[in-house]
Design a binder for this molecule. Structure first.
Ligand SMILES: Cc1ncc(COP(=O)(O)O)c(C=O)c1O
Length: 392
């Protein structure tokens, strides 16, 4: 099919819920994506922080291929060795005790809401879950009800009840809203979709202390920050605030859909058989991909690379401020970085795309950089060259 035909079919027939670029991608290799006319794009987006091994990684392709030959699906009615391997590895790297495998980030959030509600019921009938203003936790009804941004909620009322919203990084507001009805709080260590706003040390510490003191659960949504991107395996390790429940997705499958809810024993004490389930969750193919991602990322020290190349990228981005005064600030950790502008960023993203660079804009005026974690300093140099042209 020609590019125009593909775009027309999708525009006419797909639900009109996305704004898409006029680009039809065909294949990828390493740090690059190629469209159907063989135009090359340097990828600093990684499919929204997913493709941490880059594109066409031979180890990942082989892991998926070998597993596809053996078994693609069997449901959780049976055990599989590949799921057991993944569960063991997730427990090892997180230091938590239990795993549930889902298919996406939003499903991990939904599962966490259920676990928190069950926990609260058993512990004095508590039901309220706190979240933060400007957070993002997903698009299903529970996840969007716990997302602290009206734009994702409007039109879907009545929303699920029993949530309250705390001003991000405001410890006084947190203390005030942490009533004895609260069974859990959910926090992103860095608000991603909200514009790359890192949590303060004090805020996360206070949340943890209040949870411990009030027998409530600290849920960290590391769907975007987790798995090596910020320069550590998990972003909470910067803060030393181990959660009761840790939520993952995005990077875990290297592009195959898989999410995970990791819990300590305390938080799952109220659960019984039949309380949760998933037809596809933890399927063999996605588990094989996830095992490969975790193995590759640790052997090649992708967290270390994220830190080193991330610091290099921050410096290069900061240097642009002299030439382009509309750049206000660069924030984030490792390779989850945001550049605050004093104007809308969508035109710059469009220009960059025309020139062969994929970046993204979030929260209207924050350009977001989250390349595959295999990125090298040479790639950053190339990226900066194109980016400067786009800014100009
Ligand atoms: C922090 C966070 N939580 C939840 C989600 C939802 O994940 P998914 O799109 O896989 O459902 C996202 C997606 O961007 C996210 O960044």
């Amino acid at each position: 099919m020609e590019k125009e035909e593909i775009i027309e079919i999708e525009s006419k027939n797909y639900l009109p819920v996305f704004t898409r670029n006029d680009v039809v991608l065909d294949y990828g290799k390493g740090m690059y994506l190629y469209d159907i006319n063989s135009k090359k794009y340097l990828d600093f987006f990684a499919g929204i922080a997913v493709s941490i091994l880059g594109h066409g990684n031979p180890d990942l392709v082989k892991a998926i291929h070998d597993q596809a030959l053996k078994l693609i699906h069997c449901s959780n009615v049976f055990h599989t060795e590949i799921q057991a391997r993944l569960v063991r590895e997730l427990i090892k790297i997180s230091g938590l005790d239990r795993v549930f495998l889902s298919n996406s980030g939003t499903e991990s959030v939904e599962g966490a809401i259920k676990i928190a509600r069950k926990f609260g019921k058993k512990n004095g009938g508590k039901f309220k879950i706190l979240s933060c203003i400007n957070s993002f936790h997903g698009r299903t009804l529970g996840a969007l009800a716990i997302t602290g941004q009206l734009k994702y909620q409007q039109g879907y009322e009545p929303l699920l009840e029993g949530f309250d919203f705390v001003s991000f990084n405001d410890c006084a507001d947190l203390q005030k809203k942490f009533t004895d009805e609260v069974c859990a709080i959910i926090i992103e260590p860095i608000q991603g979709e909200g514009g790359i706003w890192p949590a303060s040390q004090e805020f996360l510490e206070t949340a943890k202390k209040l949870c411990d003191k009030n027998n409530a659960l600290l849920i960290l949504d590391e769907i975007q920050t987790g798995l090596f991107r910020t320069g550590k395996t998990f972003c909470w390790q910067y803060y030393n605030t181990k959660p009761n429940i840790l939520l993952l997705a995005k990077a875990l499958g290297g592009g195959l859909p898989i999410g995970a809810i990791l819990c300590d024993e305390h938080s799952v004490s109220a659960l019984q058989k039949g309380d949760h389930g998933s037809t596809f969750g933890g399927g063999p193919l996605a588990c094989a991909a996830a095992c490969c991602v975790l193995d590759f990322a640790q052997k090649r020290n992708l967290a270390g690379n994220a830190k080193e190349v991330g610091d290099y990228l921050v410096n290069k981005l900061l240097q642009l401020r002299g030439e382009f005064p509309f750049i206000k600030e660069v924030r984030g950790k490792g390779l989850l970085l945001g550049m605050q502008l004093d104007k809308y960023g969508s035109e710059i993203v469009k220009k960059a795309l025309e020139k062969g660079l994929i970046i993204n804009c979030t929260a209207g005026n924050v350009l977001r950089f989250m390349p595959p974690l295999i990125v090298k300093k040479e790639d950053v140099d190339e990226m900066i060259k194109i980016f400067k042209e786009a800014l100009a």
